[in-house]
Write a protein that binds this ligand. Structure first.
Ligand code: IPM
Ligand code: MG
Length: 369
């Protein structure tokens, strides 16, 4: 098989640290398993702004388009808070999501048994938790027009639009239904149909899709505010949650904390299969963001980045066994009692980014024996 081409984009803040840690695991796989890959490095976010004056260049965008998968770190830093909107680091990330048409964002929240005591929630509420948030990623408030800022009669207004079309809702719905079929057979569709027109349409389309194609799947509609509450009250009632771009952003941060830390949650963003190449457009990134407050200190938790890499193996390269191996090694590393600060619990030993990944590599050595 010809080598897979992966675009590595560490980005800003803790991105480079957690990416470097993940690459150690990639190197382990290259050495011990039949994993061969070509990597390209690309700049996105504040790092690109510093070098090129824009958060993503057209050349880098074109390179990303030509890769089989993109592994992304994080974008953003408070240093850029006062830049014009279009130059902010996050715009680079959002441009990639849009231009690659990565409409389906999968955010699995899984509680690793050794971490049950790291969550702020009670153990019986979260132990064994395994839910999947499917966030629509290329529409809604993040992208829809009109959006902007203007002055009317001396008063400044700013606005965004939460626009969705029937095909946009159907295609994300189908992704969620397919996932539920492979998991716990249950879908919760989340919106605010009580106050938003887009919510009414979302509910209508999802309900009809369930009637037409959701054979055997349990289905419910839920308001987004209620869903936020239910996620902290009784998260195990959920299997797959499907929701729009903005609600998905909020609810996935909430779900992340159930697992112990934002530093544990990976994500995969998938588009359709490109008919020209036969490759599914795909992008993998941790949910945590750039965490500028701890950047450069060597203390960031590398596991969400590493688990995003595992998702890449599974979804882009059909390497489920290797993905399982990496995930098992993460669990074993956590069992060893070594923890980064964000997932510390009484009795555990605090370590840094490198210490944590060294534990994972140790676990891989053991598992591969
Ligand atoms: C996420 C992040 C991004 C988002 C930011 C960095 C633009 O919070 O992936 O959840 O809002 O989508
Ligand atoms: Mg977010």
């Amino acid at each position: 098989m010809s080598n897979r081409k992966i675009m590595i984009m560490p980005g800003d803040g803790i991105g480079p640290e957690v990416m470097a840690a993940t690459m150690k695991v990639a190197d382990w796989l290259a050495k011990h398993r039949s994993f061969s890959f070509d990597t390209m490095h690309g700049l996105c976010g504040g790092v690109s702004y510093e070098k090129h004056g824009v958060p993503l260049t057209d050349e880098t965008m074109a390179d990303a388009m030509a890769c089989d998968a993109i592994l992304f770190g994080a974008a953003g830093d408070h240093r850029y808070d006062n830049l014009p909107f279009e130059l902010k680091p996050e715009r680079g990330l959002l441009r990639m999501r849009k231009e690659l048409d990565l409409y389906a964002n999968l955010r699995p929240a899984i509680v690793f048994p050794p971490l049950v005591s790291s969550s702020t929630l009670k153990e019986d509420v979260i132990s064994g938790l395994d839910i999947m948030i499917v966030r629509e990623l290329t529409g809604g408030t993040y992208f829809a027009e009109p959006r902007g800022r203007e002055e009317r009669d001396g008063v400044v207004y700013a606005y965004d639009t939460n626009l969705y079309s029937v095909p946009e809702i159907e295609r994300i719905g189908r992704v969620a239904f397919d996932l539920a079929r492979k998991r716990g057979q249950k879908i919760t569709s989340v919106e605010k149909a009580n106050v938003m027109h887009s919510g009414v349409l979302w509910r209508e389309v999802m309900t009809a899709l369930h009637a037409a194609e959701g054979d055997g799947l349990e289905y419910e509609n839920m308001y987004a505010d209620n869903c936020a509450m239910q996620l902290v009250r009784q998260p195990k009632q959920f299997d797959v949650i499907v929701t729009d771009n903005l609600f998905g952003d909020l609810l996935s941060d909430c779900a992340a904390m159930l697992t112990g830390s934002l530093g544990m949650l990976p994500s995969a963003s998938l588009g359709d299969i490109d008919p020209a190449t036969g490759v599914r457009r795909s992008f993998y990134e941790p949910v945590h963001g750039s965490a500028p407050d701890i950047a450069g200190k060597g203390i960031a938790n590398p596991l969400a980045q590493l688990l995003s890499f595992a998702m890449m193996l599974r979804y882009s390269f059909d390497m489920g066994e290797d993905a399982d191996l990496v995930e098992k090694a993460v669990e074993k590393a956590l069992e060893s009692g070594k923890r980064t600060g964000d997932i510390m619990s009484p009795g555990a030993t605090e370590t840094g980014t490198d210490g944590m990944v060294a534990e994972v590599i140790d676990a891989l050595d053991h598992l591969a024996r």
